[in-house]
Design a protein. Structure first.
Length: 212
């Protein structure tokens, strides 16, 4: 019938997910390469040119190879998958200026991928449990490293307390002030919390994805 909209089936959503994950690598990588490369080869006034050139190159690569990558998505070597995961994890960490809480989104994404992969491969239940467990450990470990890096950066910031207290006062009107040590302890405890949450989120999403 004319005007009938296509349904968003799991296959359509899955292809969108894979296209976003694998399609983002080349544009982001070459965009950043152009950005930082411009500092070594040309005046700063040429940085936008290098950035756009890198972005354009990444888009061209996607147009040529993305379809093939999506078809082979569940046959990619684990080492490459780990590299992709770390690439996005570092990118998110840098984009949000060292605030690791946003990195928690990576665990569920990895869980979805692993779950779909296991569902397609039809492996036995015992092996599924083992893979899900180790995937959760990996994602939570990476997040733990991000939290540790954030804690190290925060501990070297002499104006940490002043900045946080000022922000809390402006945003919510909080008049209570925290010193650096208290903020670092609270940050460490929060980090432990999100690392544990990452482990269970990864596993939960993986188990759901197997059944889709």
């Amino acid at each position: 019938m004319l005007g009938k909209k296509p349904k968003l089936t799991i296959n359509v959503l899955e292809n969108i997910f894979l296209a976003l994950v694998f399609g983002g690598i080349a544009p982001i990588f070459f965009f950043l390469a152009g950005w930082w490369g411009a500092y070594f080869f040309d005046p700063e006034s040429q940085i936008p040119v290098f950035m756009l050139a890198g972005l354009g190159l990444g888009i061209i690569i996607d147009l040529l190879f993305l379809g093939k990558w999506i078809k082979l998505a569940y046959r990619i070597h684990p080492i490459i998958l780990i590299a992709i995961y770390l690439f996005y994890s570092v990118g998110i960490f840098g984009f949000f200026m060292g605030v690791p809480v946003f990195n928690i989104v990576m665990g569920p994404l990895a869980g979805f991928y692993i779950g779909r992969k296991m569902g397609i491969e039809k492996i036995n239940s015992e092996e599924k449990e083992r893979i899900i467990h180790w995937t959760g450990l990996f994602t939570s470990f990476v997040l733990a490293m991000a939290c540790l890096a954030a804690l190290v950066l925060a501990s070297s910031e002499s104006t940490l307390a002043a900045n946080i207290n000022g922000m809390l006062h402006d945003m919510v009107g909080l008049k209570t002030t925290f010193d650096n040590q208290t903020l670092l302890i609270l940050s460490a405890l929060s980090g432990v919390g999100i690392v544990v949450a990452e482990y269970y989120l990864t596993q939960a999403v993986a188990k759901k994805a197997i059944l889709l």
